[in-house]
Design a protein around this ligand. Sequence first.
Ligand code: 2HG
Ligand code: ZN
Length: 468
Amino acid sequence: MDAFLDACRRAIGATHVLTEAADTAPYLTDWRRRFTGKACAVLKPADTQELATLVRLCNEYKVPMVPQGGNTGLVLGGIPDDSGTAAILSLTRVNRIRQIDPVNNTITVEAGCILKNIQAAAGDAARLFPLSLAAEGSCTIGGNLSTNAGGTAVLRYGNTRELCLGLEVVTPQGDIWNGLRGLRKDNTGYDLRDLYIGAEGTLGFITAAVLKLYPQPKAQLTALAALRTPDDALRLLSLAQSHCVSALTGFELMSGFCLRLVNRHFPDMRPPFAEEHPQYVLLELSDSESEEHAQTMLEHVISTAMQQDLIQDAIVARSIAQSQAIWDIREHIPLAQAVEGKNIKHDVSIPISRIGDFIRTTDALLQQAFPGARMVTFGHLGDGNLHYNVAHPEQETDQSFLQKQTAVNRVVHDSVHQHGGSISAEHGIGALKRTEILRYKSDVEMQLMRSIKQALDPLNLMNPGKLI
Ligand SMILES: O=C(O)CC[C@@H](O)C(=O)O
Ligand SMILES: [Zn+2]
C-alpha cells in the first residue's frame, strides 16, 4: 500500500493524496449519515490525464476505486465499503467549463462542475441548462450523469440522459475515450454514451460531458394549489398539460404531512393558506411568449380546476420572491426529513395513471404491517416519480425502525412492482438497493448487465459493490 500511495503522490502531488482521518472523514460518510466507509486514501486529481494515471496505478496495485462528486447521493453510490481497501477518486478539482457554443446550443463541462455553476454559465450566455434539483448548490454533473439524475424539470426537458450529447470517460484500464461530440444525430454503432450514463461509475469514470442548452423562457410562473387527494392532483395534471402543453415545466406533489414536517423544523415555511389541506401541488409554467400569456394560461387552469372542484385553494406567485418562497417549501422537504430522523426512502416510478391506486393500496398495507408508520409522500408527479418515504412511528426511534427496513422495502417495492413501476426512478441503485433489484429484474436482464460489467471491468475495480 505504501508503494501505491507513493506512486499516487508522484502522479498528482502529495497534497492531493489524503490519508489523515481528519482529511478523509468528509468523503467517507454519506449525506444522510446512514453509513461510514473506510478508504486507503482520497485521491484528488486535477484533470482527466491525472485521473487516467491514477486509474492505471489502481490497476497495477489492484486497488478498488470509488468515484465521488459532491457526495449528495442517497443510495450510497459514492461511499466505499468498510474494508478500507478502496481509494476514493474525488472529481471535485476536475471542474472546468471547457466551452460554450451558443449556436450549437451546447456547453462542455468537466465532471466536477457543480450543477449551479453550469446553470449560471448557461445563463451568462443567455441560455438555459434546465437540470434542476434540491442539491444543485453542491452536487456535481459527473454524479448527475452517473445516476441519470432527474429533478424538477424532467416533465419538459427530460432527465440528465436526455440533456447529454457526448461524454469523455476514463476506462477501467485507464484509457481516455473522447466521445465529446455535440451531435444531435449520430448512428455509428453501440451508444456508449448511454451505457455510461446511469452506470454509477461501475464501467468507467465520466470526466467531461457535452450538454444541451435551451432558450431562456420569457416568463416563469409558480403556483401552489391545495387539493383533497392524489387522484385530484392527477386530474389537475391532465388539465394543466392539455391547456399549457410544453409550457408546463414543473408539477410537484406534496402531502399535507410533508408540509407539516417542513413547518415543524423550519417554522418560517408554511403554505400561505388559511387552513391545512391533505395534498398540495406546485405548478411551474415557463412561457416563451410573455408574462401576461403565462398569467392567463395559469389562471385559466386554476379557475377551471376550481369549477371542477379539483382544487380547494390556490395562490399564484406575483414576484420572484413569492415564487422562491413556494419552491423553498418544496426543496426543504428532504432537509426536514433529515432533521426528523432517518427514514426509509423509496424513490419509485409508477405509470402516472396508477399512482392514486398505488398510494392508497400501499398506505393501507404499511399501516397494517407497521402501525403508526408515517408516509412522507411527495415528488415529481408529472414524471410518475414519487418519493414514497416511510418515517418511524412517533412512539418508536428512527434507529429501531430502520431495523425493519427490509420488511418495509418488501411491502413498498412489491407494490411498486405490482403497479408496473420501478424501484429507482432518479437516485440510482448504489449499495443500498443492490439486492433489491435482484428481486425485480429478470434473470435475462441481470445476466446481460453482468456480461457488460465483466467485459469492461474484468478485475471488478470500478466502484465494486454498487449497482451490480
Ligand atoms: O428526500 C427524498 O427522498 C428525495 C430527494 C430529491 O430527489 C427531491 O426530489 O427532493
Ligand atoms: Zn426527487
